[in-house]
Design a protein around this ligand. Structure first.
Ligand SMILES: *[C@@H]1O[C@H](CO)[C@@H](O)[C@H](O)[C@H]1NC(C)=O
Ligand SMILES: *[C@@H]1O[C@H](CO)[C@@H](O)[C@H](O)[C@H]1NC(C)=O
Ligand SMILES: *[C@@H]1O[C@H](CO)[C@@H](O)[C@H](O)[C@H]1NC(C)=O
Length: 372
């Protein structure tokens, strides 16, 4: 009798124990994989492995990134990207690793993989000035490789479930198609003469539709699509156009607004035409503009001056590197470098994506998307 009670107690204890650790290790409600596509806003180190002029694995990038002890990782910011923060908040124990890193193999794939690349865009020609970068076509070719590896890890049927139900696909792309393609004077003058903004945006969204449809064919179902931010308001654009603090470059912002309007229509069509898929639009444009306009309300002292950079009145010409001037208080700058938000700004933006209302993330926020 005593032995029976004893072993029962042991079973109960074991069960309590198992469920406790089960929660930590693989919480049922936690996000499975975070598959991240896009450009330097979310690149976590892919460009470290490319012969490219667009690199961020140089100091002082990463100075506030705890997981690397403040060493550069290839992220184009001082700390975490929005992709890192969102993954953490949705219950991931590890960051999605860069696809090109030799360590991104085996079970690590189940946390998701990061395919983003500084300089990359929707169009293949985007970012040519950097010599090398991964455009969206190539990023999806790479996911196709990961997809087969996950089949091997979990078996075909469980893999399909994991991708469809437990994983989120985020795509943050488009800014370079304007900044480092259509608007680039030297390289695109031909294209700009022969192609109206409308025609360029048409072409771009046609490619983007094909790319998102390819991801769907590979079983992606929960999508977050970032629209293009106010690219006329970044320190680089303000510096080279010699604007005042409170001005932005009109043509660049106008193109972004035009593209974003059409992107909304595309996403509505995809939601209707691809059964079982949920596409959410992150309104990066309005979120970042709000931060830039009301920077003091959010605790920043400037939304114009890059914290790390050189050149012109806003340190906005030369990218962040060892010889850059560095600001005193990194948490007080909206922009880390001439192009990219600081970790402090990323934290505020990520919070809006996770818990915000339809003004910034629509038709649902990321916590709701995870729980679908
Ligand atoms: C890969 O893993 C090894 C062994 O754990 C580690 O020493 C190395 O720093 C890792 N490399 C990257 C790029 O993460
Ligand atoms: C884009 O370039 C890659 C290789 O760099 C190629 O495989 C792909 O077919 C190209 N896509 C288009 C639409 O030209
Ligand atoms: C994935 O790769 C296979 C070849 O391994 C190819 O047949 C298939 O068309 C690819 N799928 C997509 C959506 O690119």
């Amino acid at each position: 009798m005593a032995a029976v009670i004893y072993s029962l107690a042991l079973v109960v204890l074991l069960a309590v124990h198992l469920s406790y650790f089960g929660k930590v290790a693989c919480d049922d409600s936690a996000l499975g994989g975070s598959f991240i596509f896009g450009d330097s806003l979310v690149d976590a180190g892919n460009n470290n492995y490319l012969p490219t002029l667009s690199k961020a694995n140089i100091k002082p990038n990463g100075i506030d990134f705890k997981a690397s002890g403040g060493n550069p990782t290839g992220r184009y910011t001082n700390g975490r990207t929005i992709g890192d923060i969102v993954g953490e908040e949705l219950g991931q124990p590890n960051y999605a690793q860069p696809f090109l890193s030799p360590n991104t193999t085996g079970k690590a794939l189940l946390y998701g993989v990061n395919y983003a690349s500084g300089g990359g865009g929707v169009m293949n020609a985007t970012g040519r000035i950097f010599v090398n970068r991964l455009g969206m076509d190539v990023q999806i070719d790479y996911f196709n490789i990961t997809r087969k590896q996950i089949d091997k890890l979990l078996g075909a049927s469980q893999a399909r479930d994991y991708i469809m139900k437990k994983s989120i696909f985020s795509v943050t792309v488009g800014a370079n198609d304007f900044l480092n393609n259509y608007l680039l004077p030297v390289l695109s003058i031909g294209a700009r003469i022969s192609e109206t903004p409308d025609a360029f945006i048409d072409d771009m969204l046609g490619h983007f539709r094909d790319q998102l449809t390819r991801l769907y064919k590979l079983d992606a179902r929960k999508f977050v699509i970032g629209n293009v931010g106010p690219i006329g308001c970044i320190p680089y654009q303000k510096t080279i156009n010699q604007l005042n603090e409170n001005e932005c470059v009109e043509l660049a912002n106008k193109l972004a607004i035009q593209y974003n309007g059409r992107l909304k229509d595309l996403v509505a069509q995809l939601n209707e035409n691809l059964p079982g898929a949920t596409f959410v639009v992150a309104n990066v444009y309005d979120m970042v503009l709000e931060l830039i306009t009301n920077y003091d309300k959010y605790g920043f002292t400037t939304a114009t001056r890059a914290c790390c950079g050189n050149g012109g009145q806003f340190a906005g010409i030369i990218p962040c590197g060892p010889t850059s001037s560095l600001c005193k208080d990194r948490s007080k700058h909206v922009f880390w470098d001439p192009y990219h938000p600081s970790e402090a700004a990323n934290l505020i933006l990520a919070k809006k994506l996770l818990d915000g209302d339809k003004k910034y993330i629509s038709p649902m926020n990321l916590r709701q998307l995870r729980d679908l």
